[in-house]
Write a protein that binds this ligand. Structure first.
Ligand code: DAH
Length: 331
């Protein structure tokens, strides 16, 4: 074996290795158990040759280690260059949703009443005939007791046709004074049109205290209508009938589109109907065991869709239920 020639050849092969597998191949070829140099080392007899060959082996091992480091560093440099993340690139656009207009209105209503010290109540949507009609003093012949108007579920249960049953639950659960607003879904068997939908939302207010009058009701509604529609609004009352209030009224709010001058939206009257209200009927107090000689109260109910339509000038109620993003994105 010619150590000089072997060294040249081995160093050449190690330097030529371009990857770790190639380097390993070279290492086995020159330093592996069956390679020429280790074989010679095993057979060597004299000290001098032994030392020389050992040194040769150490030089080759050092060359392999050095080459390995170089290859690894080059590989790391390559990856750092190629796989670099440019943190200054704009990120992927994650579309952000927003609240539905009905949820906006609901929160505006809640805010307006919380500001008056009312508590906000959520209630059941499946009611009984007793709570939806009887305890609210609906006459036995009232038309909304008909399955043509109301969804009956069997077993004396109905989908509530209004949020008014909340009044009964509240008065049964709590002693007056009571100031509450209940907001949620209500159901009626109406065909779907531009102004009606079989599911809709109402907010229902109830105040029970000593010495409440229609003036308190009017002031409360004025506050809420101004919170919802703007400070320049006026409120007026028209007489009406509801089974659970006496007297009953329908509040109108001045039209915001024409400022009360008269336009198509307000049917040229300058006023827009806002729902129902009145002083709690003594029969209702009787039904829940509250003494109507000591306590008085007022109540009111309004549709949220109607409120949203008026606030945003939405001509067709269906837009609020169809989930068409082209429409909803505008609010
Ligand atoms: N519940 C009535 C409706 O849906 C609205 C209403 C009228 C609610 C008078 C009231 C009230 O609380 O006092 O048409």
């Amino acid at each position: 074996m010619d150590p000089k020639a072997l060294e040249t050849e081995a160093l050449g092969a190690i330097a030529a290795a371009k990857s770790l597998p190639e380097l390993e191949e070279a290492r086995i070829r020159f330093l592996g158990r069956k390679a020429e140099l280790p074989q010679a080392l095993r057979e060597v007899r004299d000290r001098e040759t032994g030392m020389a060959l050992n040194e040769l082996r150490e030089r080759l091992e050092a060359a392999v280690a050095q080459r390995r480091e170089a290859i690894e560093r080059a590989e790391l440099d390559r990856r750092l260059g190629e796989e670099a993340v440019d943190v200054t690139l704009p990120g992927e656009d994650l579309p952000l949703g927003h609240l539905h207009p009905i949820t906006h209105i609901r929160r505006a209503v809640e805010d307006a009443f919380l500001g008056l010290g009312y508590e906000v109540r959520d209630d059941r949507e499946v009611e009984t005939v007793e709570y939806n009609f009887d305890k609210l003093a609906f006459a036995p012949t009232h038309s909304s007791r008909s399955p043509r108007d109301t969804f009956f579920l069997g077993g004396g249960r109905v989908l509530r046709t209004e949020t008014s049953p909340s009044q009964i639950h509240m008065m049964e659960e709590r002693e007056p004074p009571i100031y509450m607003v209940s907001i949620g879904r209500t159901y009626r068997r109406d065909a779907i049109t531009a102004t009606r939908y079989p599911i809709f939302h109402q907010f229902e207010g109830l105040a029970v205290d000593r010495g409440l009058t229609l003036a308190d009701l009017k002031g409360t509604l004025l506050h809420v209508m101004r919170a919802l529609y703007g400070e320049d609004r006026r409120v007026r009352f028209r007489t009406h009938f509801f089974p659970f209030t006496e007297p009953s009224i329908e509040p109108d709010v001045s039209c915001g589109i024409c400022g009360g001058e008269g336009c198509r939206t307000c049917k040229h009257s300058g006023w827009i109907e806002m729902g129902g209200a009145g002083m709690v009927d003594p029969r209702v107090f009787e039904n829940v065991g509250i003494d109507s000689e000591e306590w008085s109260g007022f109540a009111f109910g309004c549709g949220l869709e109607r409120t949203a339509q008026l606030r945003h000038d939405i001509p067709d109620i269906r837009a609020l239920w169809e989930g068409d993003l082209r429409v909803l994105r505008q609010f």
